[in-house]
Design a protein around this ligand. Structure first.
Ligand code: ADP
Ligand code: ASP
Ligand code: MG
Length: 442
């Protein structure tokens, strides 16, 4: 069985939903994971924020506006009057519940309940479209099988058991549609896999059913060698290894949710990235195979905080690093980059929830400096450190204010810490040097 996931743009209009219908109307059973129509989750976040700020009138206006766009979409999408009526009723029920939430006390639960509506709407509408075309389709409610545990990891046993339970009675279906992004937490309360989480839903399902392949369909022809939102002349990579893709996703490549690769890597299930707008394009195949040498791609992650920890004694005493790490461990704050000198340790974090407490504890034995608005620029590839052209890479960075470099921690990664204000220039310079002027690229 195959798992397909279509993102917000892929289901963002009637035309695109019809493209998706063509793409999945092939032989063989499949599970199709859908995101909310593009713009919907952002609109729902705004509605939730307005409710939180007691701006009830503005929240209602926003809900009505969104409802009008959905009514119009349903009319254009579904011509069969009976099916159209069913979808309109569903849309009505979702929007009445949103209107009701305007006067409820705001909470995390209310926020997550509001956010879930985007995927509930898109999957209902799309399954009725397939129904109209006479396809054998079944809708699987993600909130009845997708669950995370207390460590925010997928509860694989629960997912598998419940997915099988739900699929059994509708086993004559060819196409199973389900919602990306939304899930239950360990207490059975509605939550989600974080923004962009539908990719992760797809690979969690892929692992649960031991799919032949998981395909992520989006609005670009695969994983590019740099961020196409900021850099010109980026190119799609035909192959990546799980490790390369995971690292790039973790370090900010928006095309994949940071956790997407994990579930399929363990089971060696191929992960393919494809373009809904150009289905003939090769896309990117992600497997355990490593292709090529040298730097393959660059990504950047924002909202990084750098912490400089200077020993109050002249030299880093024995046990100093242990004490530092124990503090980060205690506050469950993971460290992305680290460099040390004789008297200081610099490290970066992306989760500042416990920063004040961490700083307080470090200051008991060290001087601590904090810099925020930083970005990590990450270069990923194979045998980078042995590649003859890599040392020259640093020449290009002479004019950039690089605050930290992590080089040699693995053969496959070089990370640079820069001010976020220097990120674009860094990405562009690296693009020119690495992929356009030199032979470092493959
Ligand atoms: P979807 O809604 O389908 O999940 P996303 O917007 O989450 O789509 O991801 C696709 C977008 O990711 C692309 O349109 C592109 O702008 C952006 N992107 C950022 N980095 C990369 C990269 N390295 N390769 C391809 N796309 C990237
Ligand atoms: N709809 C969600 C979001 O916009 C999840 C996703 O698109 O993957 O973040
Ligand atoms: Mg996405």
């Amino acid at each position: 069985m195959l798992v397909y996931k279509f993102g917000g743009t892929s289901v963002g209009s009637v035309v695109n939903m019809n493209h998706v219908k063509e793409i999945i109307n092939t032989k063989g059973k499949k599970i199709v994971v859908l995101s909310a129509m593009s713009g919907t989750t952002n609109a729902l976040v705004e509605i939730s924020d307005l409710i939180k700020g007691n701006e009830t009138n503005d929240a209602e206006v926003k809900i009505k506006l969104l409802e009008a766009t959905y009514r119009k979409t349903v009319q254009d999408l579904i011509q069969n009057k009976t099916l159209q009526e069913e979808v309109i009723q569903y849309v009505n029920s979702i929007f009445s519940s949103l209107i009701e939430s305007v006067n409820q006390p705001h909470s995390v639960l209310l926020h997550n309940t509001i956010l879930a509506n985007g995927e509930l709407l898109s999957t209902y509408m799309f399954s009725q479209l397939l129904q109209q075309e006479g396809l054998k389709v079944a809708l699987l409610p993600a909130l009845e099988f997708m669950r995370i545990d207390r460590a925010n990891e997928p509860d694989n046993f629960y997912v598998k058991q419940n997915l099988e339970r739900l699929m059994e009675p509708v086993n004559q279906a060819d196409i199973y549609i389900t919602q990306g992004f939304i899930c239950l937490d360990a207490d059975g309360v509605i939550t989600n896999l974080q923004r962009g989480g539908s990719d992760y839903t797809a690979t969690i399902i892929g692992a649960a059913i031991e799919a032949e392949e998981v395909q992520i369909w989006t609005d670009i022809d695969g994983f590019h060698n740099n961020d196409p939102r900021y850099v010109d002349n980026t190119k799609a990579l035909s192959h990546l290894s799980y490790d390369e893709a995971a690292e790039l996703a973790y370090f900010g490549a928006k095309i994949l949710h940071p956790q997407t690769v994990m579930p399929v890597r363990t089971l060696d299930i191929p992960l393919r990235l494809k373009n809904t707008m150009d289905p003939g394009a090769h896309g990117t195949l992600i497997t355990n195979q490593i292709h090529g040498e040298g730097i393959k791609a660059i990504a950047a992650k924002d909202n990084i905080t750098a912490i400089k920890i200077k020993s109050v004694r002249m030299l880093l005493a024995h046990g100093f690093l242990k004490k530092v790490f124990e503090i980060f461990e205690k506050y469950e704050t993971s460290i992305d980059m680290i460099t040390t000198s004789e008297i200081a340790v610099s490290l970066t974090i992306d989760n500042t929830t416990h920063l004040d407490a961490i700083k307080g504890e470090l200051e008991k034995f060290a001087k601590v400096g904090i810099d925020d608005y930083m970005s990590i620029v990450c270069l990923v590839g194979n045998h980078i450190i042995y590649h003859p052209d890599t040392p020259e890479l640093f020449q290009v960075l002479q004019d950039v204010n690089v605050r930290m470099i992590a080089y040699g921690g693995s053969n496959n990664n070089i990370s640079l810490l820069v001010n976020t204000s220097d990120k674009l220039e860094t990405l562009k310079k690296l693009q020119r040097y690495v992929f356009e002027e030199s032979s470092v690229s493959i």
